[in-house]
Each structure stands twice: as C-alpha cells, then as structure tokens.
Write a protein that binds this ligand. Structure first.
Ligand code: KG4
Ligand code: ZN
Length: 344
C-alpha cells in the first residue's frame, strides 16, 4: 500500500490530498477562487497564480495534519504538470518538486486530464479498462477511449469552445455569476427546454468533433431579441448542449472497440440533466454508466493523487526537471482538429 500526496493548481482551484493505492482518501482540501474571478466572468490567470502561491502551502500542511502523517510517511508526490494556465500549473509542480527533493521522495508529474480520466476508478474498483470517457470541463470537451494508464485514444475534441466554457459564456450573457454551469443548471429548472430555437452544431455530422461557439452566439441573439425569459433561454441552452453531447457520444460508442462502460468526468459532469441523458444512452447500448460523485467531478487533488498512485504503481515517476506544460494532449498521436480555439 502506497500513500500519495496530490497537488493541483492548474486552473482556479488550489487543492491538496492524501490518497492511498487501496483507494482510501486520508484527507483532502480544495479552496476555490470563484469570488476573486467573479467580477471578470472568467478566470484571470495572473490572479489565479498569485492566489495559488498564497493558498497551497497551507493546504499541504492541513492535509498532513488531518491524516496525522508527516512527509516522511508519504511514498510519492504527485503534482499536476499541465495542461492549464501556466503560471498556476507551476505553483503545484514547483511545490511538488521542492517536497520531493527535500524529503527524498519520487515525483509523479500528472496530466490534469488523466486525473479526470482515472478519477472514476478511485471510487469504483470494478471499473476496468477499456472504457469510453466523455471528459467535459471548463477547458476541454473530449471523447477518449481509455485503454489503460497513460494509454488514450482521442476519438473527438472541440473545434472551438469547451462545454464548460459554453456554460460560462452563456451564463455571462444572461448576467449570471461565474462559474456559469451551476447557475445555468439552477435557472434551467424553471424554464422550458423547447421554448427557444437554438442550433445543435455538428449534430448528425460525419466528423466526430464538438462545437459550441455557434450556440453561444445564438444565446446572445435570443437574449437580445427580448422574446424569451432567462429561464427559458437557460433551459433551452442546456438542452442543446445535451443533444450535442449525446449525438457525439453515440457516434463514439459505435467507433470505440470493446469498451465496457460509458464514463463521464470533468466539471460539467456535475450537471444532473447531462448525467441523466448519458445514463439513458448507456442503457440503450448495454454499457455500464459511471459518473463520479460531484466533488470528484470538479477540480480537486484526490484525482491527481489517484492518477499519481496508478502511475506510481506502474513505475512511472518523473525527473525533477520535468517541465510545466500549458498544452499537453492525452493522445499525442491524435490529429489536430480544425478550428482556431482548439485546446488539445
Ligand atoms: O473540471 P473543472 O472543475 O475545471 C476545469 O478543469 O476546467 O470544470 C469547471 C467547469 C466550468 O466551466 C463550470 O461552469 C462547469 O465545469 N460546471 C458545470 C456545472 N458545474 C460546473 N457545468 C454545467 N453544469 C454544472 N452543474
Ligand atoms: Zn479540470
């Protein structure tokens, strides 16, 4: 049994956690920065990086104290090394390097996306490879055939905005707070999902990818028309996103070889309507459906510690000069998707 310290600071959440290789979460702490970024309707990289420097050391001390452990009891230090806002990524990675060097522990440089991708296995020991993963977060929208630790086949990505980014932009248009996902979901409860005619970009298309930029523009036009309530726009927007996600995932199920489960991860996976629709799709295809608990969907360090535990068990540790990376695709062999705003 190994104990892994996980560190995360790639976006706007600072987090530390202690997780064991036999799936026990000994302690974890997450401090979000929503208040700091709210006036801007999105994450401001410089504000985020400075906040991580302030917050992260205290979280590391707090989780060790809560678990009643010293750094000598830890077997490896896992830190997110990308992709993300580079100033933020460097904070956890440098902290991890410092601790690894000072305490003589191995370092595991974790791809944040692999953290999301493997997180369902932390809470579901029965989830085995390969599985089809819909990874939907603020920065990413991908369908991945998860073959094993470090072994990913990217089946689709977004050619413009990520799903969470679309929620955040639609929320901003509707004058809601940041982050937009939970705000839209709450507002949508009182609205009619069929009230506003909105496009479903790329639905039915021969290409595998996602696109949400046109949907965002349509939300702007719907608001400016003055014809619809904010509740109806929110509900119709959420339904359009669901229709896009389901259509693209259905296509990927037909392409993926031998997967035994449909798994959703990333912050947008916290959305109950999206979870419900995906569950229905999985049932139609006789696939198990696995969605991590909400706290594990949004950014946290337990998923980084767990990915670290899986990599450590596979002998995958990293040298202390491993770089922080703003971009870091999980499947380096995947073809670049067309489109200007492609993230990975
Ligand atoms: O995975 P995450 O915490 O951070 C990234 O790695 O991006 O995802 C954050 C994203 C934000 O865009 C947020 O609006 C979205 O997840 N999100 C949601 C919900 N909760 C968070 N989107 C839709 N419905 C939700 N309930
Ligand atoms: Zn994330």
């Amino acid at each position: 049994m190994a104990i892994i310290l996980g560190l995360e600071s790639s976006c706007d959440d600072s987090a530390a956690a202690l997780v064991t290789s036999d799936r026990r979460i000994l302690a974890q702490a997450v401090v979000g920065q929503n208040e700091a970024h709210r006036p801007f309707g999105g994450v401001v990289p410089e504000i985020a990086a400075r906040a991580h420097v302030d917050i992260l050391p205290g979280l590391i001390r707090a989780v060790l104290e809560e678990a009643g452990l010293g750094i000598a009891d830890v077997d490896a230090v896992a830190a997110t090394a990308g992709p993300g806002l580079i100033g933020g990524v460097m904070v956890a990675l440098l902290a991890g390097k410092g601790i690894a060097l000072a305490a003589g522990k191995p370092l595991v440089a974790v791809n944040h996306l692999e953290g999301h991708a493997l997180s369902p296995r932390l809470v579901d020991p029965a989830l085995s490879f390969p599985y089809l993963l819909l990874l939907v977060s603020g920065g990413h929208c991908q369908l991945l055939d998860v073959r094993g630790v470090g072994d990913y086949l990217r089946l689709a990505t977004t050619i413009d905005d990520a799903a969470g980014e679309a929620f955040d932009k639609a929320a901003k248009i509707l004058g809601l707070g940041y982050p937009g996902g939970p705000a839209i979901e709450a507002l949508a409860q009182g609205g009619d999902p069929a009230a506003v005619p909105l496009p479903r970009p790329l639905v039915g298309s021969g290409e595998p990818h996602f696109s949400f930029a046109g949907l965002k523009s349509a939300v702007l036009r719907a608001r400016d028309s003055g014809l619809y309530s904010a509740e109806d726009i929110a509900a119709s927007f959420q339904q359009a996103v669901i229709d896009c996600l389901i259509d693209r995932t259905k296509r990927a199920i037909a392409k993926a070889q031998g997967v035994n489960a449909l798994v959703v991860a990333g912050g947008v996976a916290a959305n109950q309507a999206i979870r419900g629709a995906l569950q229905g799709l999985a049932a139609q295809h006789d696939l198990r459906f696995v969605a991590p608990p909400l706290w594990l969907c949004t950014d946290n360090a337990a998923m980084i510690a767990w990915a670290g535990a899986e990599r450590y068990a596979a002998g995958l540790t990293d040298p202390l000069d491993v770089p922080a990376r703003a971009r870091w695709p999980l499947d380096p062999s995947a073809e670049k998707a067309r489109g200007a705003g492609v993230k990975a």
